[in-house]
Design a protein around this ligand. Sequence first.
Ligand code: NAD
Ligand code: MG
Length: 392
Amino acid sequence: MRHVTILGSTGSIGESTLDVICRHPERYAVHALTAHTQVDKLAAQCRQVRPALAVVGTAEAAQALAVQLRRDGLATEVAYGPEALVAAAADPASDTVMAAIVGAAGLPSAMAAACAGKRVLLANKEALVMSGHLFMQAVRDSGATLLPIDSEHNAIFQSLPAQHPQYGAHVEKIILTASGGPFRTRPLDSLHSVTPDEACAHPNWVMGRKISVDSATMMNKGLEVIEAHWLFSAPASAIEVLIHPQSIIHSMVSYRDGSVIAQLGNPDMRTPIAYGLAYPERIEAGVNPLDLARSGGLTFETPDLERFPCLRLAYEAMRAGGSAAAILNAANEVAVEAFLDGCLCFTDIPDLITRTLERCTADTPTSLDDVLEADRKARACAHSMLSSQYVV
Ligand code: NAD
Ligand code: MG
């Protein structure tokens, strides 16, 4: 029996994780669930899986949750705040932690799970983008098992040699596939006026709003290139992005001898989640079987960096090293939030990130505090430019 903690259980990945877990009550018990402010959804999840612990973001949310749980006669303990989140991630009562909080807010708890030697199912790509070196070091030091949940990285993990899933002399290239998002073919001169709802209408995947906007700008793929660099010890020159609009091939590894090994499946995050939960076994995930004869063909194209400047910015930040990727990530989070709030137009997202990278120095972080400080400074810088320079 595995005892699982789900950080970010009310999100898209969190809900899919609970869906897979509830299909296998004999294998998995939920120890803790966490959410930011979605009290009603979290209360419903607690009624469903009866965790020992539930963590929320604020005292008000904790009080509202406690009232609901008491009314339902549940013994679930309620805690709140960033420290409670970190404590939940490291709690010895669980052995498996799904890190599915969105953005930089998920870094301290994901890092705590890594330091505590858990089986870490990592959906929160921002943690590796911000602090890849320190995160991988924590995994090595604690003996944690790190399993990538991002579908591309899960595909690469499955396509690398099982005994050593890392880049090496035998690998020519890691090929990350990308759908190209909702604006792949939209006329370039109309991109400045796209709305948040249009940006969040992803053709193949149902996801949270932040990652959906990242997919529309292809910053998501940029963050994934950096994520792949850390997960598989691969240099930037060995990581390639290929647009594949059908999202059937989730990524590939090209070997020196000419072989290319890929992982395929319907675009449903329950497949990588089930893989992470059951590894090295395979369990039923509720995913429809892939029917290639009816899929209507698989196509590929090279990404257009004029249409998707965020992809270029991510490669540049990865090559710059130090805290450049943390600065990139922070500026992107500020820009995406401003876009979703109607305060920044879509095509100004890369512009705000570029200006933030120009203004912040990318020192080399040696601790989690250094990374969080770089994140804080970059956010402040991006916010100050947002208030002074951009008018929608
Ligand atoms: P989401 O917005 O649907 O859910 C986010 C979760 O994080 C929610 O439970 C929310 O309550 C919690 N949260 C938000 N802010 C928080 C804060 N400040 N403190 C504590 N908790 C907070 O996001 P999602 O789409 O499920 O994505 C989660 C992570 O997984 C992201 O890092 C994303 O990049 C990654 N990911 C998602 C998908 C996908 O298909 N959705 C695929 C690959 C990777
Ligand atoms: Mg992905």
